[in-house]
Ligand binder design. Structure first.
Ligand SMILES: Nc1nc2c(ncn2[C@@H]2O[C@H](COP(=O)(O)OP(=O)(O)OP(=O)(O)O)[C@@H](O)[C@H]2O)c(=O)[nH]1
Ligand SMILES: [Mg+2]
Length: 398
C-alpha cells in the first residue's frame, strides 16, 4: 500500500512525511524546498489481537507496543504544486508521476492561511485554503489529461479501431485504474460509443475528474491547525469537503523527537502524553510541550496518525489478518508469536492471504484454519478483520 502526499507548495507535506516516518527531510518556510521525491515507511495503528489471546508477541515486520500494533505502509512526499503547474509554472506537474502508484492521497492544506497560492509566506489568516485545495485538484486533473494526451497523435491513429476502454487502460496503466473503474466512468459520461479521437477537451477533463474521485481517494490534512487563524478555515473546509482532519504535523514531529530524547511516554496517535519524571527539560521545551498538550486536548490527537489510519481503513477499506504456522502457539516456524499482520483488501479470501504470504504457499493451497474457532476454511472463504489464520499448503515456504 502506498500513500501519496500532494498539495500546494509550502503547506507542510515534508513535515507530515518527517513526522510520520521519523525520516527527517528538508523542511523550510519557502516554496519548493522539496525537489526530489522522498519515499519512506509510515505505520497504521491498530489494537493487536495479542491482548485478546493473552500472548506476548514478537512481530517480524510490524511493531507491537503494549498491545498497540504498528503496521508498515509506504508513503511518498513530492514537490509542491502552484497554479499553472500544468503549463510548467513552479516545478511543473510532471513530478506527480512519482506518486502515480499511490492507492490513496493525503492532500495537505495550509488551513492557517499563512501562504499565498504560490506558497510564499503571508500574514496568517490571509491565505485561501479552499482556493488552494481547488487549484491543486485542477492541476491533478490536468496532469491526468496530459497522461492521456501523451503520444495521442501517433499512437491513437493505430489504436483508433480499439474499444475506448482498452485504449485508456493502456494509457493509464501504472495509475492503479482498473478496467471496471474505467468502464464505470466511461459509461457514466456516456462516452462508450464515441471514437476516442473525437473526444472534446471537456470530455477528457470530465473523465480525468471522475477517475481522480473514483480511483484516488483523498484525506484532507488540514495542516498547521495549531495556528490560531485556523478555526475559521477549518469550519469552512469541513462544511464543503468530507474526510477533513485537523492536523499539526510540526507538533507530531516535536513529540517524536521528545520520545527519542527520552523525555516523554507517547505512542503515535495517542490522545495524551506523559512527561517522564526524570526528564530534564528547559523552559522552552516545557512551553513547546504545553502547546502540544493543549492542541491534543482540543483535537484528540495531532491528526497525523488519524490521517494514515483513515486512508487505510476508511478510504481503502483494508482489513488486518494474522497468518500463523503453529495454531497452538500462534507462531511461525521460528517461534515468533503473531509474526505478521497483513493489510488485505476487503473481501480477500483465504487463498489470497496464502498468496500474500508467499506465492508458493498460494499455489499449493489445500485449506486454512480459523485459529479462534478451529474451523476448516476453503480457498474461497472470505476473511474478516482480525482473523488469525493457519494455512495448510502442499508447497510450504522454503
Ligand atoms: N505552525 C505550523 N507550521 C508548520 C506545520 N507543518 C509545517 N509547518 C511549517 O510550514 C513550512 C513548510 O513546511 P514543509 O514541510 O517544508 O512544506 P512542503 O509542503 O513540504 O513545502 P515544499 O516542499 O516547498 O512544497 C515550514 O516552515 C514548517 O515548519 C504545522 O503543523 N504547524
Ligand atoms: Mg516539501
Amino acid at each position: 500500500m502506498l500513500i501519496g502526499l500532494i498539495g500546494k507548495a509550502n503547506v507542510g507535506k515534508s513535515t507530515f512525511f518527517s513526522a510520520s516516518t521519523d525520516n527527517i527531510v528538508n523542511i523550510a518556510n519557502y516554496p519548493f524546498t522539496t525537489v526530489k521525491p522522498n519515499l519512506g515507511i509510515c505505520h497504521v495503528r491498530i489494537n493487536c489481537v495479542c491482548t485478546e489471546f493473552g500472548v506476548k508477541d514478537n512481530p517480524v515486520h510490524s511493531i507491537c507496543i503494549d498491545g498497540i500494533r504498528f503496521i508498515p505502509v509506504q508513503i511518498i512526499d513530492v514537490a509542491g504544486l502552484v497554479p499553472g503547474a500544468h503549463e510548467g509554472k513552479g516545478l511543473g506537474n510532471k513530478f506527480l508521476d512519482d506518486a502515480r502508484q499511490a492507492d490513496a492521497l493525503v492532500h495537505v492544506v495550509d488551513v492557517s492561511g499563512s501562504t499565498d497560492s504560490e506558497g510564499r509566506p503571508l500574514t496568517p489568516g490571509s491565505g485561501d485554503p479552499i482556493g488552494d485545495l481547488r487549484f491543486v485538484e485542477e492541476e491533478f486533473d490536468l496532469w491526468l489529461v496530459s497522461i492521456i494526451r501523451r503520444d495521442m497523435d501517433n499512437k491513437d491513429r493505430e489504436s483508433s479501431g480499439q474499444n475506448v476502454v482498452q485504449v485508456l487502460k493502456k494509457r493509464l496503466s501504472g495509475l492503479g485504474v482498473t478496467e471496471a473503474a474505467l468502464d464505470k466512468v466511461v459509461n457514466k459520461l456516456n462516452l462508450q460509443n464515441k471514437k476516442f479521437k473525437s473526444w472534446t477537451e471537456q470530455e477528457i477533463l470530465a473523465l480525468c475528474q471522475n477517475i481522480r474521485q473514483d480511483v484516488k481517494p483523498v484525506v484532507i490534512a488540514a495542516n498547521k491547525a495549531d495556528v490560531s487563524t485556523s478555526q475559521f478555515n477549518l469550519a469552512k473546509l469541513t462544511e464543503k469537503y468530507t474526510n477533513v482532519v485537523p492536523c499539526a504535523s510540526e507538533l507530531e514531529m516535536l513529540l517524536r523527537k521528545a520520545v527519542k530524547s527520552g523525555f516523554i511516554h507517547y505512542l503515535p496517535g495517542d490522545s495524551s502524553f506523559e512527561i517522564k519524571e526524570n526528564a530534564q527539560l528547559s523552559d522552552k521545551q516545557k512551553q513547546a510541550l504545553e502547546i502540544v498538550s493543549n492542541f491534543i486536548k482540543q483535537h484528540g490527537s495531532t491528526g497525523v496518525q488519524q490521517i494514515i489510519n483513515l486512508a487505510c481503513f476508511s478510504l481503502l477499506e483494508k482489513i488486518v489478518v494474522y497468518p500463523v504456522e503453529d495454531d497452538s502457539k500462534l507462531s511461525d516456524k521460528k517461534g515468533n508469536v503473531l509474526p505478521e499482520a497483513y493489510l488485505l483488501n476487503k473481501e480477500s479470501t483465504a487463498k489470497d492471504l496464502a498468496h500474500a504470504v508467499h506465492d508458493e504457499l498460494g499455489k499449493g493451497f489445500l485449506f486454512a484454519i480459523d485459529v479462534r474457532t478451529k474451523r476448516r476454511l476453503g480457498a474461497e472463504h472470505i476473511l474478516k478483520n482480525n482473523d488469525v489464520i493457519k494455512i495448510v499448503s502442499a508447497t510450504s515456504r522454503k
